[in-house]
Write a protein that binds this ligand. Structure first.
Ligand SMILES: CSCCC(=O)C(=O)COP(=O)(O)O
Ligand SMILES: [Mg+2]
Length: 229
């Protein structure tokens, strides 16, 4: 495949769902698993302090005294509320360790990670999935444990993905100027926020992505060349 865009960057930031892994895995496998196991997980582990704290946070944020009902509603509507995302990470752990699923990467992703590693370019992840969920994802990927390929993991603890200040926080943590970070996502709202924060952005357009002409677009990481900034 021919290179379509060349960037200079000191850091690569990637989204997960729809960018490096199929949306169908997150929705049809992970979300289906947490839907099926949510009630039994809470019955088993709802008394543990970490889980009880998530339930309390759920009641506060939803305004619903019935935390299970609120979590199920968020899940049904794919609302990326932090308490739900934290809980999903805990529930998915069992599915990964019991071998119910492994996390697939798009076929072009591993080559890109190799290329960036070869030039010493750090790669960070920013996903609505909790940091725990991200670490499980990369530990139990279909190509083995690739956690060491990533220099940083960020979730909505730094803020919502569609808000520019969240990208400002990531840049501050990474200790680089915003303009030397290159963010890849399928989601136009996230790209607009990152661009407003001063990052370079590229839209990854796979099956089912709503393409947005405001951003450079690639269908494969093979279409990108990155040189160290
Ligand atoms: C860590 S894999 C699960 C990702 C997830 O829970 C999700 O909601 C997808 O969010 P993303 O920001 O990666 O598009
Ligand atoms: Mg995405």
């Amino acid at each position: 495949m021919t290179v379509k865009y060349r960037f200079f960057a000191g850091l690569v930031l990637v989204d997960i769902e729809g960018t490096i892994s199929p949306i169908s895995f997150v929705r049809d496998t992970l979300f289906a698993y947490s839907c099926e196991h949510l009630a039994s997980f809470l019955a088993e582990r709802g008394h543990e302090p970490a889980v009880a704290a998530i339930l309390e946070e759920t009641r506060e944020q939803s305004g619903d005294a019935d935390a299970l009902r609120a979590l199920l509603a968020w899940q049904e509507q794919d609302i990326k509320a932090p308490p739900l995302k934290k809980l999903q990470g805990l529930i998915w752990e069992r599915g990964y360790t019991e071998g119910a699923y492994k996390a697939p990467l798009y076929p072009d992703v591993l080559g890109a990670l190799e290329a960036w590693k070869a030039i010493g370019l750090p790669v960070h992840v920013y996903s609505s999935g909790s940091v725990k969920a991200q670490e499980l994802f990369f530990r139990y990927s279909t190509v083995g444990d690739i956690r060491a390929r990533f220099a940083g993991f960020h979730d909505t603890g730094v803020g919502n993905k569609q808000v520019p200040a969240s990208y400002g926080r990531i840049i501050e943590i990474a200790g680089i100027p915003a303009s030397s970070a290159l963010f890849f996502s399928d989601n136009a709202g996230e790209l607009a926020a990152a661009s407003d924060a001063g990052l370079q952005v590229v839209q990854v357009v796979k099956d089912g992505t709503v393409a947005d002409a405001r951003f450079p677009q690639i269908s494969s990481f093979d279409q990108i060349a990155v040189d160290p900034a």
